[in-house]
Design a protein around this ligand. Structure first.
Ligand SMILES: Cc1cc2nc3c(=O)[nH]c(=O)nc-3n(C[C@H](O)[C@H](O)[C@H](O)COP(=O)(O)OP(=O)(O)OC[C@H]3O[C@@H](n4cnc5c(N)ncnc54)[C@H](O)[C@@H]3O)c2cc1C
Length: 394
């Protein structure tokens, strides 16, 4: 039988995972990435929740993430003046996930794909698609082309693939918040498998302490307009440092010290999300990951959903007669869950906006009750979702 070719656009998180699973489903994948080279040292860190860790286990790479990441079993909440507001622990006793540098996760996934003989070509930015009923041709900005039996757009929140197959689909929505963060050393804090959240006087702050003393920290700030990542990155580092130090100056230890002792540059990102894309596939072309459902980082689920998608899509391809049938089934299986997670993450983000002193008073009064309830509410729908490669989908 002639080999069936799968074109994968994007080598972030969804791309290499989808390529490996599609290879298992009998395809010959080829990954095309817009960046000129791999970016293993770029970006800050992210949380791979235990639903995403299960997919990494299926790929055989979860051990590397466990070895390198910060295990997460609890979240603690305090106000900026040090008042303890609550602690949520997972009643299952299992880790909620692992926080790991984004570049490390990218490297682990890319190396896993390469070790299976899957080619990754950098410097190929998708520009256009020619779609026939059972064939697709990708055209890249450098003028080159690739032909396949199917194509999976894993090109992230600003996906070109989405614009090409669903030009009328909603664009990502700006949440009104930017996210920033860095990595600090030399602050005397005990390592703990917990994420610490501080509702500071002016802005939200979170941090985690790794076994080797490294501190991963992040914050959120209201920011007007619709900033792009490039615009925020054009602001000099010294200016961001000045603004962020001023923002947390009046919050209690360890927040100001963590910022002062940041050794890395400060990364700054606008937070957009994407709730409901009208069209997920067209003929032999499908979208997965942030390209169809970008969730704000509040729930720590974007990477995990992208991994779940990769596994679910490849199972549908394996068990369906044509890519078109597979992609319809994939949408039936996944749409409700991913939209629910985006909504949930949005609702958490609402509590991170700046507040006036009266709102702070009521927030600090009410949050302990809210956290008690949240601790009792089951998060099983989020974390205990399972997709087994060996089960059929039909
Ligand atoms: C500040 C911030 C913090 C976050 N924190 C978390 C967290 O704690 N936990 C979590 O789970 N998620 C988090 N996320 C979300 C998470 O990063 C995404 O959900 C995840 O990266 C989605 O994976 P993806 O593969 O779909 O897209 P991406 O990881 O964005 O990968 C897309 C890839 O496609 C490439 N590409 C783009 N256009 C083209 C083109 N035209 N041609 C070829 N290639 C192209 C890109 O260069 C990129 O490599 C965070 C996001 C942000 C912004």
């Amino acid at each position: 039988m002639a080999s069936r070719k799968a074109i994968i656009i994007g080598c972030g998180i969804a791309g290499p995972a989808a390529a490996i699973f599609l290879k298992r489903a009998g395809y010959e994948p080829h990954i095309f990435e817009a960046q000129p080279d791999h970016d293993d040292y770029a970006g800050l860190f992210l949380n791979v929740a235990r639903n995403g860790m299960r997919v990494l286990r299926e790929l055989g790479v979860d051990g590397r993430i466990r070895g390198e990441g910060i295990e997460l079993r609890a979240m603690t909440f305090r106000s900026g003046n040090g008042k303890f507001l609550g602690r949520i622990e997972d009643p299952s006793g299992e880790p909620q996930g692992y926080t790991v540098k984004r570049g490390f996760l990218h490297r682990v996934l890319r190396e896993a794909a390469e070790s299976e003989g899957i080619p990754v070509t950098f410097g190929r930015k998708l520009r256009d698609l020619r779609i026939d009923p059972d064939r697709v041709t990708a055209e890249f900005e450098d003028g080159s082309c690739a032909e396949g039996d199917l194509l999976v757009g894993c090109d992230g929140i600003h996906s070109i693939t989405r614009r090409l197959i669903a030009p009328d689909a909603a664009e990502p929505a700006y949440t009104g918040l930017i996210s920033f963060g860095g990595i600090a050393r030399g602050v005397d804090l005990p390592p703990e498998p917990a994420q610490h959240m501080v509702f500071g006087k002016k802005a939200f702050f979170g941090y985690l302490v790794k076994r080797d003393g490294e501190i991963y920290w992040f914050g959120n700030l209201d920011y007007p307009g619709r900033p792009t990542r490039r615009e925020l990155q054009a602001v000099p580092q010294a200016e961001w440092r000045r603004v962020i130090e001023a923002l947390y100056r009046h919050d209690l230890h360890p927040v100001p010290e963590i910022i002062r002792k940041s050794e890395s540059g400060i990364g700054v990102y606008p937070i957009y999300d994407l709730m409901s894309v009208s069209r997920w596939h067209k003929g032999p072309v499908a979208l997965i990951g942030d390209a169809i459902h970008a969730t704000s980082p509040n729930a720590g689920q974007g990477a995990s959903l992208a991994l779940e998608d990769a596994l679910a899509l490849a199972k549908c391809v394996r068990d369906s007669a044509t890519p078109d049938q597979a992609f319809r089934r994939f949408e039936q299986l996944r749409r409700e869950r991913v939209e629910k997670v985006v909504r949930y993450s949005r609702s958490i983000g609402r509590r991170k906006h700046a507040v006036n002193p009266v709102q702070v008073f009521f927030r600090d009064l009410m949050l302990p009750f809210f956290l008690k309830r949240a601790g009792r509410d089951s998060q099983a729908w989020l974390y205990d979702y399972r997709i087994d490669w060996n089960d059929g989908v039909n």
